[in-house]
Design a binder for this molecule. Structure first.
Ligand code: 5GP
Ligand code: ZN
Length: 114
């Protein structure tokens, strides 16, 4: 999609601090981190949310989970724990309309979220 930040990051047309990349997924640091470690893990294809993801091959869901785990391991937050969030739609607070999993760590999280 032409006017999508995550599509552009995936294609390399706008810069991002990429942590890992495969043929199908990309992980990069959030531009406005909400924790000492804050990455975004996304499919390269323009899939809007987890509802659309569910209609795709299960392989892609698996690849995203593997990328989340690998991002956490490389960022050093696997052992102490971290949070994975996919804001979805208006009530979910999604501002970028391309599926992405926030991976937040490096501090203790609170619950419930706002
Ligand atoms: P959402 O609100 O959709 O759950 O999350 C969108 C996230 O994308 C936000 O945390 C925001 O900081 C991040 N973001 C927005 N624009 C950019 C950008 O150009 N580069 C990077 N790395 N992150 C971005
Ligand atoms: Zn996109």
């Amino acid at each position: 999609m032409t006017d999508c930040i995550i599509c552009k990051i995936a294609q390399g047309t706008i810069p991002a601090q990429k942590i890992l990349e495969t043929d199908t997924v990309v992980a990069f640091m959030d531009i406005a981190p909400q924790a000492p470690v804050h990455g975004l893990v996304a499919p390269k294809a323009h899939i809007r949310n987890v509802v659309e993801l569910a209609a795709h091959s299960p392989d892609l869901s698996q690849e995203l989970v593997v990328a989340i785990a690998e991002f956490a391991r490389q960022s050093g937050i696997s052992d102490d724990g971290f949070r994975v969030v996919a804001n979805t739609g208006d009530d979910g607070g999604q501002s970028v309309d391309h599926l992405h999993f926030h991976v937040l760590g490096g501090r203790s999280m609170t619950w419930p979220p706002g």
